[in-house]
Design a protein around this ligand. Structure first.
Ligand code: GLU
Length: 470
């Protein structure tokens, strides 16, 4: 056996790539990259009724967007059915499995009782069919050990001991001959040469069952690392309300892939107190021993904070390309205060250096840029409207229009000297001048810096906006 590390992400394609799945994919990807190994993708589509091609596409698109592409073409579990049956047959032959016949009245009775008691039904037979009448349909069941215990040596959870009498004889092949997840996952991980299984800790009990199957087959066990599930900021299990959206939806909300990737990396794994962790650093630092044992909490404000960092760092041309793509995707659900399809991107780009200081997502970036593209009359927030209502404010604006019209150029330094001189001449605090000016130019009391606003609008448009309210 080669000692090269091979990890995998094994989603069931019954929905989009939700945040928990994306984190599992990221950890597997990062571990493979960190150790110079391979990262594989297996689509667990054995549940034909619930698996859809839309879900497969969404999962792959989400992974691609997050930069988590697999090193080989995906393995489709449904295509490996013959191999699963072959292994089940081997288990039958070696006496580790048996045919369990149905329908079976006793089994039905047990199921009904369990349902009435509100617990998961357990197969009561141990190592032999409940019914002795060996005819009709049957499933193939695994002879789960009755005595003793199964120990999972988990890289995150430590040794987890599960008593064997807690595990019933699970089905390996259904009566229609199709394999169950429990069989398929073991066979596929083995055949794909998976050395490390990193997944959510909701699979811990399954893992004990899988270990029993590995042992019955005489196969080497992979290393297991079960990561605690993600909770909401309030400690409850993550739900849609907490932001349990698909990766694609985060894209539509204006997050950058590197922002989401960085945030997800920190969700249950850490490297000291580092908040900002680039892909390169993640690959350098990622290891299983720094995965947290306690459930991580999803905190949208932290995601915003991290994403804001990447917006500020991003190259301007790339941001413009992202904005164009986002707008034309038609996937944004945010209601904008102006028509974003009318944006002139050259002007946007000139203003980007100061705009991006004020935005944590691409949506916020479009919003802080709104003053550039609104048409007259400028829509006014209440507080802004108030600041230009009285006669002294209008008088200041009149004076400002004359002052600004007289300037030979509209550069930052010229504007600074001019506005400061204007305030001094009138014996006004600078705020008294800047406030109404900001209001007429942007319609809001908290815009970017006033000089940046003036430069980005230019002399003509600035004067047009001031004169419009006089
Ligand atoms: N297909 C399983 C799921 O989506 C994961 C199986 C595994 O990682 O072993 O939960």
């Amino acid at each position: 056996m080669s000692d090269k590390i091979v990890t995998r992400f094994a989603p069931s394609p019954t929905g989009f790539l939700h945040i928990g799945g994306a984190r599992t994919a990221l950890f597997n990807w990062a571990y493979a990259r960190a150790k110079g190994g391979k990262f594989l993708l297996r689509i667990e589509d054995t549940d034909r009724a619930r698996s859809t091609t839309e879900a497969i596409d969404a999962i792959m698109a989400g992974m691609k967007w997050l930069g988590l592409e697999a090193d080989e073409a995906p393995v489709y579990q449904s295509k490996r059915q013959a191999r699963h049956v072959e292994v089940a047959t081997k288990l039958l032959q070696s006496g580790h499995a048996y045919r369990s016949y149905a329908p079976d009245q006793e089994l039905e009775k047990v199921r009904a009782e369990a349902r009435a008691a509100g617990v998961a039904p357990r197969y009561p037979g141990r190592h032999e069919p409940l019914t002795m009448a060996k005819r009709g349909e049957y499933v193939v069941r695994f002879k789960s050990p009755i005595e003793g215990e199964t120990v999972i040596h988990d890289e995150v959870q430590g040794d987890v001991v599960i008593k064997n009498d807690q595990l019933d004889d699970l089905v390996l092949l259904r009566s229609d001959g199709t394999p169950t997840y429990m069989l398929a996952v073991v066979v596929d991980d083995h055949d794909m040469g998976i050395t490390h299984v990193i997944r959510g800790d909701d699979h811990l009990t399954n893992c004990a069952r899988q270990i029993q199957i590995y042992k019955a087959l005489g196969w080497d066990l992979p290393v297991f690392a079960h990561i605690p599930l993600i909770h909401g900021a309030d400690g409850a299990k993550l739900s849609k309300r907490h932001g349990a959206l698909g990766a694609e939806q985060y894209k539509a909300l204006g997050y950058l892939p590197e922002g989401l990737q960085n945030y997800l990396a920190r969700l249950g794994w850490s490297h000291g107190d580092e908040e900002i962790i680039t892909t390169e650093q993640l690959i350098e630092w990622f290891d299983l021993d720094a995965i947290n044992k306690a459930p991580a909490r999803f905190d949208i404000q932290k995601l915003d904070h991290v994403n804001g960092h990447y917006i500020r760092e991003a190259d301007d041309d790339r941001l413009i390309a992202d904005l164009k793509e986002l707008i034309s995707s038609g996937e944004m659900t945010h209601e904008f205060s102006y028509d974003v399809r009318k944006i002139e991107f050259d002007r946007f780009k000139d203003a980007l250096p100061f705009l991006k200081e004020r935005a944590k997502t691409l949506i916020e970036l479009l919003e802080v840029a709104s003053y550039l593209f609104v048409s007259l009359p400028i829509p006014m927030e209440d507080k802004a409207a108030k600041s230009i209502k009285d006669a002294p404010a209008l008088d200041i604006l009149k004076g400002l229009a004359d002052e600004l019209a007289s300037l030979p150029s509209f550069e930052k330094e010229t504007l600074e000297t001019s506005l400061k001189g204007f305030a001094e001449k009138r014996e006004l605090k600078f705020g008294k001048v800047a406030q109404p000016l900001r209001a007429v130019l942007t319609g809001t009391p908290n815009s970017p810096g006033i000089y940046d606003v003036l430069v980005s609008l230019g002399q003509e448009e600035t004067l047009r906006r001031i004169r419009d309210v006089l």
